[in-house]
Write a protein that binds this ligand. Structure first.
Ligand code: FUC
Length: 765
């Protein structure tokens, strides 16, 4: 496109889309904080836009002459339930449209967008005087993907649509249906089908395709399922999938697109609209998403951070819904037969990071699949024939696992179960759901604590309790022939008293003690836990002022390994904090600065969380910059691909979720808890200069609170605390500390003192 035309188009495109969207559905124009968009079709998968209903996912390319909708279903996973039976997540199929009479070149007014507020992907263009609009959604209530094609002149829709199994099983065609079914090598049956409903025109079927001629409007419904059931008790076996798929399509056709769409938007918004974030919008935000990434300057386009924040929430809603499996390494979007790391569940950071934003951003129910997966995983590990998994109490896991509790056999990961149990505790901390705490969380906390009580050994000399044979993912010091130490990537040598282990065990014991305080479950047991926690070797400050990763003071200041496991105590743990343990927090800063910024995607996202917890807004913003680093598909790099999927590389969704959580940590923290169980809600703890004015509404805090904040000129103007629990809270803003008690379902406003006011010292370090 000539430059002049392009700039004219850039000016007019939002206007055209605005008019069109208003005309089409009376909906507001997607804002630059809640829509990704592009002025051309996706030419690679990493430009395509994802939709998902927690079970089925689809990548929409938005092609003009040819549209490809690549789809997945999250349970299409090879492998079994044993050690070295990992298998891998499988792509399902493709829905491919060939359009008759389509223009050869992309029309000038082409616009493709992913509307995060409606959870609809759409594209729109005008060719030969006819404006076409195609939109795709994945409905959770109706469990189908629906693709609607429309045009503003009757009879304008002519195309052929094909359904294809990635494994090339034959497709059968009925008058308005295409379907295939098959079985994976592990015996898992799968089935997918589409149904085409046309208004006007004709639909004819050939051997494996349907052809639509001169229709006014067409809706294509797609359903895919497998015979997987997530329950270990049922041996992961569910009903045959073909009848399930057929029944979903029958129901969808009977309900019709307007009802499905309305229910879908309402269902999505009920979750998505719980939270809103405004960091300011500048003219830079009107540009296509990729151009915004290329031009990114935090202060020039603060809305890019809100967009990434919203995208993380969108992706969690789309990939993790009650009844399903948790979001895997790629959420549920994958087109590779052999995806990296099996697109599975890696437990030394990745799956945990996926769920960091769940409670904070009021998407508690989206964490349900994680809890179910952990319960089933634990059940499988306890019965495993692998002698390494046989432990008298609790349960343990390997690093990388699948939906059936099977694993790669690489890296037995002793503290992995304790880390996963943290999420059970956090669910209670945010929701106050005592039934969940008693029935779901406590058995894990108690069993895994018992496992560690039996495993810790007193260190010679001072009798401090240490884990005897730990690991700091995924590297370690190995002695060289000349006696020096070299830090080797992937090292699996056991090391005693590794900080990663020590800090996770400390966190586990703390959560167990606090759970017991809430439940009164087992005082004799928790007395043992309390005394062991007291004797645990704690975080140590080493010779260059660093927080030690190893029991001995051997950290290499040049080591920039992606895992920053020895800062678990800062985040997602809560053992180290700038207010209560300032010296350790300062040491954590030294270690974090030494690790550097240039690392893989998820590690960049973790660093946003670390710097935020260390109350350094500028460094947190710098780490976030790293998450935005634009990465061209198929070119090696870390940051974000054109569709804002996280680039590890390759695509890993953890950095999307980790960045969303990190943005929350910059604005609100609540991990600090006093002995009487009162949480401190720290307001704007790490606000960077790039976000001078804005608001964050609906964020959740531990103790059962909803927090709304507004700020101007870099300072908090007011905050509203709504209590869901009726419990006391302590508010902290800069040096100001205030205790409040808000009745259940009541609200209280907080106004900070003027900048010149003296700092109350009651709880200051
Ligand atoms: C951990 C990381 C890798 C990758 C993999 C899925 O092993 O060290 O970088 O993210 O998980």
């Amino acid at each position: 496109m000539p430059t002049q035309m392009k700039s004219l188009f850039l000016l007019l495109a939002p206007l055209a889309a605005a008019i069109g969207l208003h005309a089409a559905e009376g909906a507001p124009v997607p804002s630059p904080t809640s829509a990704l968009w592009s002025d051309r079709p996706a030419s690679t998968w990493l430009e395509a836009y994802p939709v998902g209903n927690g079970f089925q996912g689809a990548m929409v390319h938005g092609g003009v002459t040819k549209e490809r909708i690549q789809f997945n279903e999250q349970s299409l996973f090879l492998g079994g339930s044993g050690t070295r039976e990992m298998g891998g997540y499988q792509p399902f199929g493709n829905l491919v449209f060939d359009f008759a009479d389509a223009p050869a070149a992309t029309p000038a007014d082409y616009r493709r967008e992913l509307d995060l507020d409606q959870a609809v992907a759409r594209c729109r263009f005008t060719a030969d005087g006819v404006t076409h609009e195609r939109e795709t959604l994945a409905s959770f209530p109706d469990r189908v993907v629906a693709h609607r094609l429309s045009a503003d002149r009757p009879g304008s829709l002519s195309f052929t649509v094909r359904l294809a199994d990635v494994r090339k099983r034959p497709v059968t065609a009925g008058p308005d249906t295409l379907a295939f079914e098959g079985e994976l090598e592990n015996g898992l049956a799968y089935a997918a089908a589409v149904r085409v409903v046309a208004r006007g025109g004709r639909v004819t079927s050939a051997a494996d395709s349907l052809t639509v001629v001169a229709a006014d409007e067409v809706v294509v419904y797609l359903a895919a399922a497998t015979a997987f059931d997530r329950s270990a008790a049922k041996d992961f076996a569910g009903p045959p999938p073909a009848p399930v798929v057929a029944a979903r399509l029958d129901a969808a056709v009977a309900r019709g697109y307007p009802a499905i769409r309305a229910d879908h938007v309402a269902d999505h918004r009920a979750l998505f609209r719980r939270v809103s974030l405004d960091l300011g919008v500048t003219p830079a935000a009107d540009r296509p998403t990729w151009e915004r990434l290329l031009a990114r300057k935090p202060a020039a386009d603060p809305a890019l951070a809100s967009l990434l924040f919203n995208y993380g929430r969108y992706l969690l809603i789309a990939s993790s819904r009650p009844g399903g499996l948790p979001a895997n390494l790629q959420g549920l979007w994958n087109q590779d037969m052999k995806p990296m790391w099996f697109s599975g569940y890696t437990t030394n950071i990745n799956i945990q990071m996926n769920y960091w934003p769940a409670e904070q951003t009021a998407l508690s129910e989206c964490a349900e699949p994680l809890f179910a997966w952990v319960d089933n995983l634990a059940a499988v590990q306890k019965k495993s024939a692998d002698p390494r998994l046989s432990v008298p109490d609790g349960w343990i896991i390997y690093s990388t696992n699948n939906p059936r509790g099977g694993n790669t056999g690489w890296a037995l990961h002793l503290p992995g179960s304790a880390w996963l149990s943290q999420h059970f505790w956090e669910h209670f901390a945010y929701t106050g759901d005592t039934t969940f705490l008693r029935e779901r969380a406590w058995p894990h906390l108690r069993g895994i604590s018992e496992f560690w009580l039996g495993r810790l050994v007193p260190r010679s000399g001072d009798g401090k309790l240490v884990t005897p044979d730990g690991w700091s993912p995924e590297h370690g010091p190995v002695k060289q022939p000349d006696g020096s130490l070299k830090f080797i990537n992937g090292d699996r040598t056991p090391h005693p008293g590794v900080s990663y282990d020590q800090q996770i065990v400390h966190d586990l014991f703390s959560n167990t003690l606090e759970a017991d305080a809430a439940l009164g479950a087992d005082p004799a047991f928790t007395a043992r836990v309390a005394s062991a926690r007291e004797r645990l070797l704690g975080p140590q400050i080493g010779r260059w002022g660093q927080l030690q990763e190893w029991m001995e003071d051997i950290d290499d200041p040049k080591n920039q390994h992606r895992h920053v496991s020895h800062l678990f105590a800062v985040h997602p743990g809560r053992q180290i904090d700038v207010h209560s343990t300032p010296a350790l927090a300062a040491a954590a800063k030294v270690s974090l600065a030494a690790r550097g910024d240039l690392t893989v995607g998820w590690s960049r996202a973790w660093k946003v969380n670390f710097w935020a917890r260390l109350n350094d807004g500028e460094r947190a913003a710098r780490a976030l910059e790293g998450v935005f680093n634009p990465v061209v598909p198929n070119v090696h790099g870390s940051g974000s691909y054109p569709n804002l999927f996280g680039a590890g590389p390759p695509f890993q969704i953890d950095s999307n979720f980790g960045a969303t959580a990190g943005i929350v940590e910059m604005l609100l923290q609540s991990e600090q808890r006093s002995p009487d169980g009162t949480y401190t809600l720290e307001l704007l703890p790490a606000l960077p200069k790039a976000w001078p004015a804005g608001s964050a509404k609906g964020l959740r805090a531990r103790g059962g609170f909803i927090v709304d904040q507004e700020w101007r000129e870099g300072r908090l103007v007011s905050a509203r605390i709504t209590s869901l629990s009726g419990r006391p809270a302590r508010l902290r803003y800069l040096g100001q500390v205030e205790d409040i008690l808000v009745a259940r379902n009541g609200s209280q406003d907080f106004y900070p003192q003027t900048p010149t006011a003296s700092t109350p010292l009651e709880n200051a370090p």
